[in-house]
Ligand binder design. Sequence first.
Ligand code: CUA
Length: 336
Amino acid sequence: MKHIAIVTVLVALLTIVTNYFLLSVGLLPVEASTQATIIDKLFNTHFFIISFLFSLISVFMIYSLIVFRNKKGQDEDGKFVTGSTKLEILWTIIPLATVISFSYLGAKSLAETRIINPQAMTINVTASQWAWSFEYPDFEITSNTLYLPVDNQVNLQMTSLDVIHSFWVPEFRVKQDVLPGENLVKELRFTPSIIGDYTLMCAELCGGAHAYMNSPVKVVSEADFQSWVDLESKADDLNPVQKGEKLVKNNGCIGCHTLDGSASVGPTWLGLSGSEKSLMDGEKIIVDDKYLMSSILNPNQDIVQNFSPNIMPSIYADLFSKEELEDIIAFINSLH
Ligand code: CUA
């Protein structure tokens, strides 16, 4: 009885210490959405159970090793134990009850994170190798940065042009796979609660530049959101180079092509126009508008040495109009 009392006290102490440690090392980023608070409550309950189980096992083990070790001159066999029905029933029922109560808590929290606000702002999200694009149907704006007004629920309608991607902003906690296919639009709702800059990451291995498939997320005040909308809506009177710049930034081209001459997955665009390149078959070509156009439309043709095998997807013929492609080429030509 004395041993049980000591072990109980030690388990309680170690549980408190371990739990305090887990809560204070900063395992979770800031809670920047209403949903994050709900999910973190569940995380914290898990941390407590983890601390308790860790303490229960290690205290019993270490206490037994030290207190019940073979004393000097003690060389008879230990007591033969056949088992304990009482213990077996106990250690079946307790974990079962724990798991069932966690499934209840999990389902309840999931339902809470999915409460629908009918006033939510809809944003159409398109994922592709390797970029995110955000379309605001209410304002006829397309952006590569996800602008969100604080304390308003957003309703993301998400689809993919090629393979499976996954929408994940750690500070918002919620995560949703994005699937290809017209009828497979996935919905994700959350309410950002802290003004600040975050990063959207792709959380599903989706090919060569998966690790770079990030997009900035800006949670701003209602007034700042309105001025961003006003600014973006005035974008009609841009010249072709400016239009092209906007297109390549909104469609993720610069995820693979740098504008400053540094190396990346695809050729840099700085000084690309007019430069001489060697193709895979040894033929030398001068990069002109015609070559740029055919490389965007048929990326698998006429590949420049060092960029084989080609990983640029063949989706841009469908994605851009002829006029937009000309704007993009005008922008590439302007980079010297
Ligand atoms: Cu998209 Cu990983």
